[in-house]
Design a protein around this ligand. Structure first.
Ligand code: SF4
Ligand code: SF4
Length: 308
C-alpha cells in the first residue's frame, strides 16, 4: 500500500504540472495574439514592457524599451512607453515577464528538462543581479547623450561613431531580436542562396556576434532558469525598479509554513527569490515574475497571491 507521504508527493507533483501547463498555454496564447496581424488583426497603439522585436512582421503591439530608445533618439519625451512600464509594473509587478514575454517562454521551455542546474550562491546571485541595471543605465546613457549631442555640431560625429548602435543600442545585440527577427531572415536568405549560389549570402561580423550571444543565452537558460531575465535583460531591470511597489504580491502564511519547513517554494523559484527571508505579509520582490511556481510547490498551500 502506498504511504501517505508518496500519495501527497504525487498530488503535489500533479498540481505543479497543471500550474506549469496553464502558464505555458497562456504564454503561447500571448505569443500568437501579439503576432496576430497574420490573421488580419490591426495593430493596437500599445507598447508593452516585454521583449517583442520590431522585426516580427505580424506583431500588433510594440516593445517599450525599443520605443524609449527611438523616441529619445528623435528628441521626443517617451511618455507612452514610460507610462506603460509604470502602469503594468505598479498593477502587476513583473507578471508580464512570467506570462507574456516570448523570450521568457523560450527560456522556460529550455529549462523544463531534467538537466542538472547550476547552483548560484546567494552572494554571486546578488552581484549578478546588478548587471541588468548597469546595462539599462548604459543604454539610457547612450540614448540621452546622443540626443543632447545632436543639438550641437558634435552630434553628427557622435552619431557616426555609434553607427548601428545610435538609434536603439540595445536592439542591435538583443537576443530576442536575433532569435525572432534576424535568425528567420538569415534562414530564409540561406534557403534563397541555396538555389542562387552562396555568393549572394552575406554574413557580417555583427551577425556572428549576435548569434554567439543568442547561443550563450540559450545554453545558460538550460542550466540556469531564466538566466537572461535574472541577470541581463534591461527591460526586466526597468520593470523591477518599479515592481517593488506593485499592488500584486504574494502572501505567506507563517503558521502553515513552519509546520513543514521544507523550502520547496525557494527551490522551485526560477528567479531565485529568497521567499522565506522576505516579509511574509506581502512579498513584492523586484525579481518576482509571478510565475506562481512557489504557490504550486508548497505542500501546505501557505503562499497565495495578494492584491492589493
Ligand atoms: S526579464 Fe526581459 S526577457 Fe525576461 S521576461 Fe522580462 S522582459 Fe522578457
Ligand atoms: S517568488 Fe514565486 S511567483 Fe515569484 S518568481 Fe519565485 S516562484 Fe515565481
Amino acid at each position: 500500500m502506498k504511504s501517505l507521504k508518496s500519495v501527497m508527493s504525487v498530488t503535489l507533483r500533479s498540481r505543479f504540472i497543471i500550474f506549469e501547463v496553464v502558464r505555458r498555454i497562456m504564454q503561447f496564447f500571448f505569443l500568437i495574439f501579439l503576432n496576430s496581424a497574420i490573421f488580419g488583426l490591426s495593430a493596437i497603439p500599445l507598447v508593452l514592457p516585454i521583449l517583442l522585436p520590431s522585426g516580427l512582421p505580424y506583431r500588433i503591439a510594440g516593445e517599450a524599451l525599443s520605443a524609449i530608445q527611438k523616441m529619445i533618439y528623435d528628441s521626443v519625451f517617451p511618455l507612452l512607453p514610460l507610462a506603460s512600464i509604470i502602469l503594468f509594473s505598479v498593477l502587476t509587478g513583473r507578471a508580464l515577464c512570467g506570462w507574456v514575454c516570448p523570450m521568457g517562454l523560450i527560456q522556460d521551455i529550455l529549462a523544463a528538462g531534467e538537466t542538472r542546474k547550476f547552483v548560484i550562491s546567494p552572494k554571486t546571485h546578488k552581484s549578478l543581479i546588478g548587471l541588468k541595471y548597469f546595462i539599462l543605465g548604459l543604454i539610457l546613457l547612450i540614448s540621452v547623450s546622443l540626443s543632447l549631442a545632436q543639438l550641437s555640431v558634435a552630434g553628427r560625429v557622435y552619431r557616426e561613431m555609434l553607427g548601428l548602435f545610435a538609434q536603439a543600442p540595445f536592439n542591435v545585440l538583443s537576443p530576442s531580436d536575433t532569435l525572432f527577427a534576424a535568425l528567420p531572415r538569415l534562414l530564409s536568405a540561406i534557403l534563397i542562396s541555396i538555389s542562387l549560389g552562396f555568393e549572394y549570402l552575406t554574413i557580417t561580423p555583427l551577425l556572428i556576434i549576435r548569434l554567439v550571444i543568442l547561443i550563450a543565452i540559450l545554453f545558460l537558460a538550460v542550466r540556469i532558469p531564466r538566466a537572461w531575465c535574472r541577470y541581463v535583460c534591461p527591460q526586466g531591470a526597468f520593470s523591477a525598479l518599479i515592481s517593488r511597489f506593485s499592488l500584486l504580491g504574494l502572501r505567506r502564511d507563517i503558521v502553515r509554513c513552519r509546520k513543514v519547513g521544507c523550502r520547496m517554494c525557494e527551490e522551485k523559484c526560477p528567479m531565485n527569490v529568497p521567499i522565506l527571508k522576505l516579509s511574509a505579509e506581502k512579498i513584492t520582490d523586484p525579481e518576482c515574475i509571478y510565475c506562481l511556481r512557489c504557490i504550486a510547490a508548497c505542500p501546505v498551500k501557505a503562499i497565495k497571491p495578494k492584491f492589493p
